[in-house]
Ligand binder design. Structure first.
Ligand code: GCO
Length: 256
């Protein structure tokens, strides 16, 4: 089997929300597989700092801070890439926030904010990327970061759950409209991963025990454990894979 099957040499990947957390881990993994990675975050300083760390490891990285929920900012970001001759072949829609509160107490503004970051941003960024992929005629890859909540809910995270359910079916819409242009759209569903978004949960002894008891692997996942699925879905190895959601969850959704 050719090792080129999983190589990302010569490809450019834009990963939203990649200055830290899961996005940074995925970006680092794609870069190690040969891609030039475009890091994104809302803050220029932390995005450039993350970029410098990857460059320090000899990886090919470019910082592009912009607000993924603002359609004008997204369009400007892609115009800036155009001006630099940077063509995005792979998009990882990772940007996401969490907001935990019972629905009866939830401020509608908080609901809207979560949906904007966790779902609408994937549409805005993918729309700009797909327009260019279609015009170039050489296809592309879109990887949407879903969640356990794309499939099952728990109390107090309704906006996140609604957004991640939407991410699953938005992926199907991308297949319906863009697979004909050799664009493969798929998703990755992380389980309970040890990230700063979940720090409060990890530090809660009861929740920590629940995760470890409910997960067949009996542990939290690590951000770099998403890299294998990401490299697969970003590489030629997945050129006939469309609309799939790969759960990297230690088996949680496989059992009652
Ligand atoms: C929560 C967590 C989860 C995980 C992850 C699971 O509050 O239950 O934040 O949503 O982060 O999304 O797939």
């Amino acid at each position: 089997m050719s090792t080129q099957l999983f190589s990302l040499q010569g490809r450019t990947a834009l990963i939203t929300g990649s200055a830290r957390g899961l996005g940074y881990g995925i970006a680092r993994g794609l870069a190690q597989a040969g891609a030039r990675v475009v890091l994104n975050g809302t803050k220029a300083d932390t995005t450039h700092a993350a970029c410098r760390v990857l460059e320090g490891e000899g990886l090919h990285a470019h910082a592009l801070p912009f607000d993924v929920t603002n359609d004008a900012a997204v369009a400007e970001a892609f115009a800036a890439l155009d001006a630099e001759g940077i063509e995005v072949d792979i998009v990882v829609n990772n940007a996401g926030i969490q907001f935990r509160k019972p629905m009866v107490d939830l401020d509608p503004a908080d609901w809207r904010r979560v949906l904007e970051v966790d779902l609408t941003s994937a549409f805005l960024v993918s729309q700009q990327a797909a327009r260019r992929m279609i015009a170039r005629g050489r296809g592309g890859k879109i990887i949407n970061i879903a969640s356990l909540m794309s499939q099952a809910a728990r109390a107090t995270v309704a906006p996140y759950t609604a957004a991640k359910g939407g991410i699953k079916t938005l992926t199907h819409s991308m297949v319906a409209e863009w697979a004909q242009f050799n664009i493969q759209a798929n998703a990755i569903g992380p389980g309970y991963m040890a990230t700063d978004m979940n720090e409060a949960l990890m530090n809660d002894p009861a929740f920590d025990a629940w995760v470890k008891g409910r997960t067949p692997a009996k542990r939290w996942g690590q951000p770099d454990e998403l890299v294998g699925a990401a490299v697969f879905l970003a590489s030629p190895a997945s050129n006939y894979v469309n609309g799939q959601l790969i759960y990297v969850d230690g088996g949680m959704l496989a059992v009652l």
